[in-house]
Design a protein around this ligand. Structure first.
Ligand SMILES: Nc1nc2c(ncn2[C@@H]2O[C@H](COP(=O)(O)OP(=O)(O)OP(=O)(O)O)[C@@H](O)[C@H]2O)c(=O)[nH]1
Length: 216
């Protein structure tokens, strides 16, 4: 991009915002938390139970999200949760603009490992990367072992937005990517006189809670 176009792009007056910018977004979290399923639900609007073998290494899907009339191109990378692929996935953190960090609400160790994931993210990713915490499998209420409040408390501690999702029912799946796209668009078109956008407030105002929570 030449300087003039870069300036107009940064002022938010460029018409080719979507044409030039691919926003790299990465899905991370323990093996089996539902990263591939979440991406398939977002990309294809469907859930195929038990159909995916564990992700090997890393792969990506491009998806355009329309935010306030602007098309934001997300390049969403699905990483392998298994420990043995960790050195491969670290290399991808560096130029990521957003990270969706997942745990499984029916699996305590996937939640306990979130702190270790955040330590890795802080070590390998850019300092200003957008991070969102997602408690997935919110549809499985009878096997829930992590309360929604626990996810909220952890997210507050790290200053990141949080919501529960279900790759099965689609609950909050689009919202998670929309919120990321909105934040990235806001940053790219930031202008001191422009409207402010707070991703955490947006998520809090939009997110749906699971219809039934038998766990207490
Ligand atoms: N009920 C329910 N099952 C889910 C949900 N998301 C994923 N699953 C199931 O959980 C299992 C693991 O899902 P994957 O999407 O392969 O998990 P992953 O995080 O990509 O796993 P790795 O590739 O090993 O890192 C599969 O059997 C999915 O069908 C969900 O929201 N609800």
């Amino acid at each position: 991009m030449d300087q003039q176009r870069l300036d107009s792009y940064q002022r938010g007056t460029s018409r080719d915002f979507n044409e030039h910018v691919l926003h790299k977004t990465i899905l991370v979290g323990d093996s089996g938390v539902g990263k591939t399923s979440l991406l398939v639900q977002f990309d294809q609007g469907k859930f195929i139970p038990g159909s995916f073998s564990a992700t090997v290494g890393i792969g990506f899907t491009n998806k355009v999200v329309t935010v306030d009339g602007v098309r934001v191109k997300l390049q969403i990378w699905d990483t392998a949760g298994q420990e043995r692929f960790r050195s491969v996935t670290h290399a991808y953190y560096r130029d990521a603009q957003a990270l969706l960090l997942l745990y499984d609400i029916t699996n305590k160790s996937s939640f306990d490992n979130i702190r270790a994931w955040l330590t890795e993210i802080h070590e390998y990713a850019q300092r200003d990367v957008v991070i969102m915490l997602l408690g997935n499998k919110a549809d499985v209420s009878n096997e829930r072992v992590i309360r929604s409040e626990d996810g909220e408390t952890l997210a507050r501690e790290y200053g990141v937005p949080f919501m529960e999702t279900s790759a099965k029912t689609g609950m909050n799946v689009e919202l998670a990517f929309l919120a990321i796209a909105k934040e990235l668009k806001y940053r790219a078109l930031w202008h001191p006189d422009g409207p402010r956008f707070q991703i955490r407030d947006f998520v809090e105002s939009q997110k749906k809670q699971p219809s039934c929570c038998s766990f207490s």
